[in-house]
Every structure is written in C-alpha cells, then in structure tokens.
Design a protein around this ligand. Structure first.
Ligand SMILES: Nc1nc2c(ncn2[C@@H]2O[C@H](COP(=O)(O)OP(=O)(O)OP(=O)(O)O)[C@@H](O)[C@H]2O)c(=O)[nH]1
Length: 345
C-alpha cells in the first residue's frame, strides 16, 4: 500500500462564498446609481433634447436591477452574472452622460461605481478591460458632441478621469486579492489539524452535515467511524512526546492511504480520528475498517475502532458519532486493535 499526501483537498470555496456575499452589496451600488441619477433629473430637470430616452433608460435600468435582485441571480455564484451587471452599469451611465451631455462634468465619476464593483469581484484583468471600454465610450461621447477628440484640450478631462479609474480599479482589485489570499490561509488554519494536516473536528462536523442531508434525501446509507489509538500515553511516557506525535502522524497517513477519495477523514482531537464513509452500509463499513487494521504497514499502531451506520443505528449525525464512540470503547475493552459495530437500534 502506498503512502499518500495526508492533506485532503480543501473542499470549501471561499471565493464562491465571497461572490455570493457580495450580491447584496451589488444591489446597493446599483440603487445608489439610480438614486443619484433620479436626484439629478429632479433637480436639473429632464434635458430638452433626448430627455425621454434618458427617462426610459433610467426606468429600464432600475427594472433590470430590481428583477435581478428578486430572481436571486447570485444563488449560483456565477461570475458572468456579475460581469453582466457591471457592463449594464457602464452602458447605462454612458447613455445617461450622452443624454445629459455630462461626459466631461462631475457625473462622469459615476463610472467609479462600476469599476469598484468589478474590482471587488472580477479581478484586475476584467477591471482594466472595463476601464479601457469606458475610455472608448467617453471618446465616442465627445465625438458625438462634436468635439475634436484629437485636440489636447478635449483629451485632458478624459485622461484625468481614466487615470482616476485606473488607480481606484487597480488598487481595489489588488487589495481584494490580498484579502482573498489571507482568507484562504485563515480558513485553512481554522479547518485543519496542525500536526497531521487533516480536517479538524469543526471542519468535519461542517462537511458532514450536507453528506447526511444528501443520504437522508436519497435514502442511502453511510457510516460514521471513530478510531482511537491504543496506548499513546505509554509511548509519550516512555519514548517522549515527539515519538507520540510521530505515532499520531503515522496513523493519519495510514488512514489516509486506506480510505477512498470520497471518504471524509479528520482528527477529532488527541489520539482520536473520525471518518465518514458515504454510500456504505454497516457490513461494508466494518469490512473497510478491518482492512485498515490488517493493512500491511511498517510498524502499525494498535487501534480501536467503532462503526455506526445510517439509518439503522441512528437518525442524526450526532447520534451516530455517539454510537460509533461507544462501539470504539467496546473494541478497546475487548483488548484493542479490532473493529466493533454498534448493534442496530
Ligand atoms: N504526543 C502527543 N500526545 C498527545 C497528543 N494529543 C493527546 N496526547 C496524549 O495522548 C494521551 C491519550 O491518553 P489516553 O486517552 O489515555 O489514551 P491511550 O494512552 O491511548 O489509552 P487508551 O486510549 O485507553 O488506549 C494523553 O496522554 C494525551 O496527553 C498529541 O498531539 N501528541
């Protein structure tokens, strides 16, 4: 049996959670944009020329944003939906500036809302692409206003606003990237056991909950297994704590090498490990753990194992952990290095 990397893949998706969490903020930004536009129109009045177009665009954009928030687009955590929102924002702002002839005025800073939204969620590349698109839109608007876009005087205000967008977009995207990296590190630290690199108890309990839910819905079995090392205290006392640590790490590697990729393994604390075997009934779970006991392994530690299976031996995950733990103590009191299964409830 070959030894494998004891680190299972990180199964959470912090980026996806971040995108989903941002959806509420996105609607606030969109409504802020609509509020500013409506306030402007109330104070300044509709432009004499093209006023109807501006009004229709504002109402359509507000409708789009409202519909998107009601339909809960971001339940799927998809980036392209966010990109669609930012491009729609840029389109609406461009149309509004066209209608109000405000391309060189303070209203051009509305583009910041789209750029910040994009930088927070879509990364540097997309944000820079959007800045370039905004520059093209501004030049087009100047051209449509009859300005010579090659003249230095007309390029200066566009250049100033584009540089501001570049700085804000780049810095925001870079900061978000750094925060994202540190979130990953924190998540890893919070979900892994430092000695073995396996999931810790908190992560195991969190990851088990959807597996239990799926098994309940599909009426499929699964097994919870508790594994406890025999005699670790003696190793610690006679060979030192470092030898005890090595024994724990070695058992982690052995369990990792014996399990299937779909099985969940964690260090529950001290010398206790826990496994969840999806789609496995009581007979299969016991057989699998007997294979672990009998696996050819250099210097194998004696271990006591308890197995409890869903749904025969418990309706809830917590109940199964309790039963697997009692079965493990049965193995220990019977001499150790064996597997016991909880009798059907
Ligand atoms: N080296 C080391 N020892 C640990 C670690 N965590 C817990 N222990 C020690 O492991 C020992 C576990 O003691 P017990 O629960 O009596 O387990 P045991 O000696 O294996 O005895 P039985 O479980 O009854 O077979 C304690 O002495 C703990 O201090 C660890 O990370 N490293």
């Amino acid at each position: 049996m070959s030894e494998q990397d004891p680190l299972p893949p990180l199964e959470w998706d912090p980026e996806g959670v971040q995108i989903q969490g941002f959806s509420a903020g996105l609607y606030q930004i969109e409504w802020l944009l609509v509020t500013i536009v409506i306030l402007y129109l109330v104070i300044m009045g509709l432009p004499a020329e093209g006023g109807l177009g501006v009004l229709v665009a504002t109402i359509s954009y507000f409708g789009f944003s409202l519909l998107a928030s009601r339909l809960r687009f971001f339940g799927e955590r998809q980036r392209w939906l966010l990109a669609l929102h930012t491009w729609a924002m840029i389109g609406f702002i461009t149309w509004f500036l066209y209608g109000t002839e405000g391309v060189t005025g303070p209203l051009a800073s509305l583009y910041l809302l789209a750029i910040v939204t994009s930088a927070l969620t879509l990364g540097v590349m997309v944000t820079m692409l959007e800045v370039a698109a905004i520059a093209a839109c501004q030049l087009l608007l100047l051209h449509l206003q009859g300005t010579d876009i090659l003249a230095t005087d007309s390029l200066a205000p566009v250049g100033t606003s584009i540089i501001a967008l570049l700085i804000v977009g780049y810095l925001t995207a870079a900061l978000v990237h750094t925060i994202h990296l540190s979130n990953r590190t924190l998540l890893k630290m919070a979900s892994r056991d430092a000695l073995t690199g396996l999931f810790n108890r908190r992560a195991f309990d969190d990851l088990s909950s959807p597996i239990h839910e799926m098994a309940r819905r599909a009426q499929r079995p699964y097994c919870v297994v508790v594994i406890d090392m025999d005699g670790l205290k003696v190793i610690n006392d006679t060979q030192g704590h470092a030898a005890g640590d090595r024994a724990i790490l070695d058992l982690a590697k052995r369990l990792q090498a014996c399990k299937r990729s779909s099985d969940l393994l964690a260090r529950y604390g001290g010398d206790e490990f826990v496994m969840l075997l999806p789609d496995t009934d009581a007979v299969g779970g016991k057989k699998m753990m007997e294979r672990v006991i009998n696996a050819r392994w250099h210097n194998p530690q004696s271990i006591s194992i308890g197995v409890a299976s869903y749904p025969e031996q418990g309706e809830s995950f917590e109940e199964l952990v309790g039963h697997a733990d009692s079965a493990m103590y049965l193995s220990k009191s019977s001499g150790g290095n064996r597997v016991s299964a909880r009798a059907a409830a």
